[in-house]
Design a protein around this ligand. Sequence first.
Ligand SMILES: [Zn+2]
Length: 116
Amino acid sequence: MKNSELCDSLISIESRLGKLAHELTDVKRELIAVVEENNLLANENEKLRDKIEAYEQAMSNEPEKRKKVEAKLSKQLSTSKMNMKKLYNDKFHICHVNYGSVREQECFFCLDLLHG
Ligand SMILES: [Zn+2]
């Protein structure tokens, strides 16, 4: 190999290494962002678990309060079911398969959600 060819090869390798170094930096940056988000979500998850635990403890100590909360949840649930029924009757899918798209015929998944 001639000297000029060696130089060209080295320059080419150096250029490719430079590109790889850039890519590596980008990937590292993305990884750091993902790890930070993961930590944030883990913290949020822990706080929510604590709240659920505290809530469950409070509910088990106060049957009257529990009844009220359950009635409220049940009412909210029936309201959301009515909204879903209205959407379905307006010819929209409410199922996870086609949610929000226009419904041209009866859909088993939607019906299962409404009556299942
Ligand atoms: Zn559907």
